[in-house]
Design a protein around this ligand. Sequence first.
Ligand code: RBF
Length: 155
Amino acid sequence: MAGILTSGKVKTKINLSKKRVAIVVAEWNEDITEALYEGAVSSLREHGLKSQNIIRKNVPGSFELSLGGLWMAQDKTIDAVICLGCVIQGDTPHFDYICQAVAYGVTEAGLKTGKPVIFGVLTTLNKKQALERAGGKLGNKGEEAAITAIKMMVF
Ligand code: RBF
């Protein structure tokens, strides 16, 4: 099955039936990350990926997405990795350390392996902002992460 990829006004027919994508999901703020995961999977399926070619792995928190993402990107059978997490600001500077580390780690995983490793991590000031971006009024950032993975796979 071929999907249609839209970029600006350009629509491209793509065949992604042989592509394998790993989705690494952080368990912290699980209600949010599950919604991001559902969005990513439905978007990949819409574009023609087979369900058996979408491989899910869990990590405890967003901080662990870097290593989980790297491990999956090192798998020769995987074409792209999507890292999904949600970091919500608390009363301590922990938020900044986690956000900075995961942004750096996800970048590094992609550069080290030469594969798309997508940053699908919400970094919000509160739960409301996260819900709005996980299937709420501002869409689903998991879906957007999946489209980014597809665009990079067909680069
Ligand atoms: N992980 C998240 O994915 N989102 C969070 O909002 C989050 N907040 C945390 C706040 C504190 C104070 C701590 C100690 C950890 C938090 N983590 C969070 C977990 C973090 O990503 C990681 O799993 C742990 O720090 C263990 O390395």
